[in-house]
Every structure is written in structure tokens, then in C-alpha cells.
Design a protein around this ligand. Structure first.
Ligand SMILES: [Fe+2]
Ligand SMILES: [Fe+2]
Length: 317
């Protein structure tokens, strides 16, 4: 397992560096996204990560395909969770491409964004403000200069956490932010409802870390933040950064008894490293009164992904 992960990772990372990789995909309208039981869905969202936008038209086309695809269905998607690394180099032009695309869909979906290491590794202050200003604008909330916020849709709580300073590749989560997370989790889960939390980085030793991505975890506060999540029931943690693909480590059970799970969303722009490695893949989520279902989809082409680990279904606790 260890050696296979090592070989797969470096082989696919080399492929992802190929200059002809940034092609614009054609979006099919023939296989619209489907819910298991669309009449009874209480809230729904689609999640992608690591769009790593560069200043090229192909990047705009492929991101646009994602939003077109989740709109091209009679199963209503309420929100989009974008788990960080919006841009490749943290350039203003890259953010402009991202938000110019979303502006066309801002009346269709609520957008949740957090910062990835590519966003803030060089210019933390400027890019934190670009991203959080957009979170404020689209959700009509105030973040007061912080890197975290929450927002309810149809009575379900979504919490976004993120780094509060530049710590190379990691997330620095302050005690104040952990207290906010704890309070919002308590509020959102009190009637037995699931709550969704998003951060760019996953917890230490989850999803095959550290083998799958050497610098991949949240960092110093990882265990403390995880302990906060495990205090509560029915918590779903959405993260990116690992570029893992759809494979046996995509889903991590953090606490089975309490129903606390972590989903590592594949990287959107580049080929991923393990299992089903296609780019343009994420998961969409249907929330029912008694269960939560995640389904992988190749949004960039509007196609189903019928592979192992492409569907996860959880009964609420
Ligand atoms: Fe990334
Ligand atoms: Fe990242």
C-alpha cells in the first residue's frame, strides 16, 4: 500500500504538469444529475475543490461547465461548497475569472468559499480579503475581518473555517475560531440535523495522510479542531487539498458512533493521484430527514461517475 501510493502519486503528479493538460472540456446535457428522491430532499449542495484557476480561457470554460451542469437538472442544488485553492498563483486575474463565472449563477446557488494554501501562500492579507469579501457579498453576511463564517439554508447550518495567517501550506485555526465552530455546531445539530463544515486542509492522519500528500494536513491545531467536531453528532467535514481522486481513502470515518465523517473532495483542475483520477470531478450531496447521500460526478463533462467509492450513504444518528 505504501509503495503503491508513492508510485501512483509521483506518476500522476508528473502527468498533471504536462503543458497540454489545460484543455477545455465539452459539457454534455444528456446525463443530468439525479437525486434518489427529489421530492423529499431538504437541502442539497455540490462540492468541488482545487480549481487552481490560471489566466486561460480553458480554465473559465471548465469552471463554467460545473455551474452549467448543476443547473441543467430538475433536482435543485441549493449551494456550492468550494473547498479552497481557487487560484493557482493567487493572482487577481485568476480570482476575477473565478468570480466572473460565478456572477452568472449567483441567483441560482449560494456560494461557500474558503482559502487554500495556493490562495494565501504569498499574499495572505490581500487574497484573504478578496475571498472573504466575496463570501460576504454573495451570502449577504459580515465576517468582520475573520476567515470563518456560518450560514443556514432551509434550516441546515453550513460552517466555513480557514487559516487566519500565512503558515506555509497549513491552516492556523485560533482558539476563538474553534469556539465559534463549537458554538455553531451545537446550534446546528441541536435538533438532530446534520451540519456541514468546510476547510481546505484535512485532519492529520486522515485520507491516507501523510503518505498521500506530505504537507497535507491542517497543521498544529488539527487534533484540537477534530476534537471540537467529535463533540457533536452528524457532522460532515468537507475538505480538499489532497488531490486524491475517488479512491479508498476519499471518505474517512472520524467518529462512527456520533456520525462524524470527513470527505476529501478530488482536485478539479488537474488529474488526481489515486483511484479514479479524472479532473473535473466533485461530489454532490442530498440531505433527507434521516440520511445524507454523497455522489461523485464529473461535472466538467456533465457525466455520472460509476466507480467504487463514488457514492456514500449515511443514516443520521
Ligand atoms: Fe490544491
Ligand atoms: Fe492546497
Amino acid at each position: 500500500m505504501g509503495l503503491k501510493i508513492f508510485i501512483d502519486k509521483y506518476r500522476n503528479q508528473l502527468k498533471a504538469m504536462s503543458p497540454d493538460y489545460d484543455v477545455a472540456f465539452d459539457l454534455s446535457k444528456d446525463e443530468p444529475l439525479e437525486f434518489i428522491d427529489k421530492e423529499n430532499v431538504r437541502v442539497s449542495f455540490a462540492s468541488i475543490a482545487d480549481t487552481h484557476l490560471i489566466d486561460k480561457d480553458s480554465a473559465t470554460v471548465n469552471l463554467n461547465n460545473f455551474f452549467e451542469d448543476i443547473k441543467n437538472t430538475d433536482c435543485k442544488i441549493d449551494a456550492v461548497l468550494m473547498a479552497g485553492d481557487l487560484s493557482e498563483y493567487g493572482k487577481i486575474k485568476e480570482y476575477k475569472r473565478f468570480f466572473d463565472v460565478f456572477d452568472k449563477f449567483k441567483n441560482d446557488f449560494k456560494l461557500f468559499v474558503t482559502m487554500g494554501n495556493h490562495d494565501v501562500r504569498f499574499l495572505y492579507g490581500r487574497n484573504q480579503k478578496i475571498i472573504m469579501d466575496k463570501a460576504e457579498e454573495y451570502l449577504d453576511i459580515k465576517t468582520n475581518g475573520k476567515s470563518y463564517y456560518s450560514y443556514d439554508i432551509n434550516g441546515y447550518t453550513f460552517i466555513v473555517i480557514g487559516t487566519e495567517k500565512r503558515v506555509l501550506e497549513k491552516a492556523h485555526i485560533t482558539r476563538e475560531q474553534m469556539d465559534f465552530l463549537d458554538k455553531e455546531l451545537a446550534r446546528g445539530t441541536k435538533d438532530g440535523k446534520p451540519v456541514f463544515v468546510m476547510c481546505h486542509q484535512a485532519f492529520a492522519e486522515t485520507h491516507g495522510l501523510p503518505e498521500v500528500w506530505k504537507t497535507g494536513d491542517m497543521g498544529e491545531q488539527s487534533d484540537d479542531v477534530r476534537a471540537v467536531m467529535e463533540k457533536h453528532k452528524n457532522v460532515y467535514f468537507i475538505n480538499g487539498h489532497l488531490h486524491g481522486g475517488v479512491f479508498e481513502k476519499t471518505l474517512e470515518v472520524l467518529n462512527e458512533q456520533k456520525g462524524v465523517y470527513s470527505l476529501s473532495v478530488p482536485g478539479y483542475r488537474k488529474k488526481n493521484n489515486f483511484g479514479f483520477t479524472d479532473c473535473g470531478v466533485g461530489y454532490y450531496c442530498e440531505v433527507y430527514d434521516n440520511k445524507v447521500v454523497f455522489t461523485a460526478r464529473k461535472f466538467v463533462e456533465g457525466k455520472r461517475v460509476d466507480v467504487e467509492y463514488g457514492k456514500f450513504e449515511f443514516d443520521l444518528k
